[in-house]
Write a protein that binds this ligand. Structure first.
Ligand SMILES: Cc1cc2nc3c(=O)[nH]c(=O)nc-3n(C[C@H](O)[C@H](O)[C@H](O)COP(=O)(O)OP(=O)(O)OC[C@H]3O[C@@H](n4cnc5c(N)ncnc54)[C@H](O)[C@@H]3O)c2cc1C
Length: 519
């Protein structure tokens, strides 16, 4: 079925997140609405939400007709939560995808303000601020704070242990981080080609080099492996050998502090989409994009059938003047009936990540970590890997508390662990971590709740330099995923949403709309 531009609109006011939405009959025959430029946004993660909000807020005068198609039954994309104990004895939630926002990032922070959610923001840190680095055999370090070298005392300690070459690392950070900040600043580098922006700024060496090789010219191998790599494994689930140096630079930023949103990070996305006044279609997967004679592009959209489980999905078509693809193409499965500039760059290599939360009535076992039984275990465990010992089974473990009410009146809490791994975390590994025999059932070992989330295309691996460049991948079609060439983060996606929105408006509609106003 072809949806004529005016025939079928789903109003945001009719929407309840996660539930089915109702159709509304045609708008009036208002000419203005008929001529309003139609923009489709594919994906309702932070990039899609940021693009929609920016188009509506910044270009309100253009009165754009905005639609978001979102494959999942909810918005958020990599921002996703789970209810602790599946909501049975607690209203607590945990983030199973993107955990925290950089507190000093202009793009996300301004959206938080504009969404009126500032009061919900709180610092992110585990219950006790202790940290350790585990290499699969031993703790290389156990102490307070984190590994980012936030004070002169931290750097003095690093220099004591790893030699003065770590000073070169500090110099690199203080020289290059402000430049990186300019790249991600508001207007300065809002062009269509990110690698070219990076070149202009003098960060090409970082973008094109493998982080492990790059750091060998800067600092000692032990410092790179034990400290820098522990940080990049926690941030990007990657060893230095599989990432570029720009991402290592961003991960090592000692000035960065992170914050989380009380009640769930998804609140930000929901609020932005509501404020954007878009027609949001949940459970709607864009499967094909081709040329249209009515407007520029025709989208094919699949929605699940509600008749019965095995019925084929429904397919619809709709025409748009411009498109923002705010879904990573490696997972979007979109068939293109036109040439796009980046088709030849796929497939790419991605690391997958498994995020497992579990609660336990007993703490982690020191014996698992080859420690004496009375030893303390840090609340945040980073990991690293060396050629001498088997790599740890996990990238990081974070301890917090799960609270629950018994009989609705007595508040109690037990330990909760978040474990990030490259492959699924087995029940036997959970039993090992808690010091129980492998033949026990998890429940008998005091594990009341386990939640597993898999992210198949979590982070792009280094493949010798950027392969994507221009944000506009076909005339009037813009792609936010070019950001993954630089750094995969909420901040970059936020910025790409904004940047694609700006380019889209200026290059597709600004002249036409000012011409119409003149007449
Ligand atoms: C486990 C994990 C932890 C992370 N932690 C952090 C962190 O703490 N801080 C940080 O800054 N960054 C973090 N990141 C990175 C960050 O989450 C991502 O860079 C960012 O959220 C990507 O947002 P996005 O909107 O670009 O894409 P996504 O969040 O992937 O959203 C894309 C959306 O498009 C939808 N979609 C896909 N295909 C289609 C289609 N064909 N039709 C319609 N809809 C479609 C998807 O369902 C999805 O909702 C983490 C990433 C992972 C995987």
């Amino acid at each position: 079925m072809l949806l004529h531009p005016l025939l079928c609109v789903i109003p945001i006011s009719a929407l309840v997140f996660g539930e089915q939405v109702a159709l509304k009959l045609p708008l009036s025959g208002d000419d203005r609405a008929a001529h309003a430029p139609k923009v489709a946004i594919v994906g309702a993660g932070i990039a899609g939400a940021s693009a929609a909000y920016h188009l509506r807020d910044h270009y309100a005068h253009a009165d754009l007709d905005l639609t978001i198609y979102q494959a999942d039954p909810q918005v958020g994309g990599t921002i996703k939560f789970a209810k602790v104990y599946d909501g049975a004895y607690s209203s607590q939630q945990v983030e199973t995808g993107a955990q925290s926002f950089y507190a000093d990032d202009e793009c996300v922070q301004s959206l938080i303000d504009e969404a009126g959610l500032r009061q919900k923001l709180e610092p992110h840190y585990p219950v006790q601020k202790s940290v350790g680095i585990w290499d699969g055999a031993n703790f290389i370090l156990r102490g307070e704070g984190d590994l980012k070298g936030r004070t002169w005392a931290d750097w003095a300690r690093y220099a004591w242990k790893y030699g003065f070459s770590v000073i070169h690392m500090r110099q690199w950070l203080s020289e290059k981080l402000p430049i990186f900040q300019r790249l991600v600043g508001r207007w300065e580098y809002a062009t269509r080609n990110i690698p070219r922006d990076i070149e202009k700024l003098g960060l090409t060496a970082e973008l094109k080099s493998n982080a492990w090789s790059f750091l060998q010219n800067l600092t000692s191998p032990d410092f790179s492996r034990e400290i820098v790599q522990a940080v990049t494994r926690a941030w990007f689930g990657q060893n230095l050998a599989t990432m570029h140096s720009l991402a290592a630079l961003a991960a090592s930023n000692p000035a960065a502090t992170d914050s989380v949103m009380n009640g769930g990070n998804h609140n930000l996305i929901e609020r932005l989409i509501k404020l954007s006044d878009v027609d949001l279609h949940l459970n709607s997967t864009v499967t094909k994009i081709q040329r249209s004679l009515i407007r520029k592009y025709r989208l094919t959209i699949n929605t699940p059938s509600h008749d019965h489980d095995h019925a084929p999905s429904n397919s619809e078509e709709a025409d748009y003047d411009a498109i923002i693809i705010a879904a990573p193409l490696q997972m979007a499965n979109i068939e293109f009936g036109i040439d796009i500039d980046i088709a030849t760059s796929f497939p790419r290599l991605y690391t997958s990540r498994h995020v497992t939360h579990f609660t336990s009535s007993s703490p982690l076992s020191p014996t698992y970590f080859n420690l004496a039984t009375s030893s303390f275990i840090p609340s945040k465990i980073y990991t690293t890997t060396s050629a001498n010992v088997a790599p740890p089974l996990f990238f990081s473990i974070e301890h917090s508390l799960a609270s629950f009410g018994l009989d609705g009146c007595i508040a109690k809490s037990e330990d909760m662990y978040k474990v990030v791994t490259a492959s699924p975390l087995l029940d036997t590994t959970i039993l090992d971590l808690l010091g129980h025999n492998r033949d026990r059932e998890l429940e008998d070992a005091g594990v009341r709740w386990v939640h597993r989330e898999e992210w198949k295309h979590a982070f792009l691996e280094y493949q010798g330099g950027p392969m994507l460049d221009d944000i506009e991948i076909a005339d009037g079609m813009f792609y936010t995923g070019v950001r993954e060439e630089v750094v995969s983060s909420l901040e970059m996606s936020c910025r790409m949403g904004r940047r694609t929105a700006d380019l889209l408006y200026h290059e597709q509609f600004a002249r036409r709309l000012s011409h119409e106003t003149d007449h």
